[in-house]
Design a protein around this ligand. Structure first.
Ligand code: FMN
Length: 193
């Protein structure tokens, strides 16, 4: 027996990520996002959605500069990521207030938050407004990973990155759990010869 729940954009579970962009004066701004999804393999693209009715400073900066970065905070950085998702860039120098620093990205005009261990550089290729939010699709033009999160094959490891899982239903942050099965493999038990 199923029950109907309150209507909303169900986003749980999803990583809490941080989008960063330069404003018109070259100052770095950032906001925490849960509305985030990969959206194309070729070219590699991802899509974020930012509330246009709420006057997000980072939205203005992304649309102005045409570029942004996405960084993955680790679970140890939950308080920093949370603050960046609470305070407004119009009133606070949030990145400095949490003790973080930025460097210009290698391939786009956007800031890389140095303390985030996995950062994706994107150039804006499409925007579309759906209801309250502007969906911004960015083509991935560079991915920077701290060596410390790479395994022996050079692949980033979720166990080392420890991304934050946002539980929207209960307003909590969770850690990634243990490996449960092999993708594209465990389902083969149902394949008929
Ligand atoms: C866990 C979490 C997830 C969030 N996800 C989104 C999101 O997907 N889209 C959005 O517009 N705002 C989201 N926010 C809110 C913004 O991060 C927040 O309003 C921020 O202060 C905006 O900062 P800015 O005005 O400096 O850009 C989220 C906040 C938190 C804490």
């Amino acid at each position: 027996m199923k029950k109907s729940l309150k209507l909303r954009a169900v986003v749980s579970p999803t990583p809490a990520i941080i989008a960063a962009a330069y404003d018109e004066k070259g100052k770095a701004d950032a906001c925490t996002l849960a509305f985030y999804t990969p959206s194309s393999h070729k070219p590699p693209c991802l899509t974020i959605a930012i509330n246009a009715t709420a006057k997000r400073r980072t939205l203005k900066s992304i649309l102005h500069s045409g570029a942004f970065t996405i960084g993955y905070p680790s679970i140890e950085q939950a308080a920093e990521a949370d603050y960046i998702g609470i305070a407004s860039g119009y009133e606070h120098d949030k990145i400095a207030e949490v003790g973080w620093t930025v460097t210009k990205a290698e391939k786009v005009n956007a800031p890389v938050i140095n303390e985030l261990k996995l950062v994706i550089e994107c150039k804006v290729v499409n925007t579309v407004t759906i209801g309250s939010h502007v969906q911004i699709t960015g083509e991935v033009v560079n991915i920077q990973a701290d060596e410390g999160i790479l395994d022996e094959r050079g692949k980033y490891s979720l166990e080392k990155l420890k991304p934050i899982i946002y539980d929207e239903e209960n307003w909590r942050y969770l850690a990634v759990g243990e490996k449960a099965a092999d993708a594209f493999k465990c389902g083969l038990v149902f394949k008929k010869a």
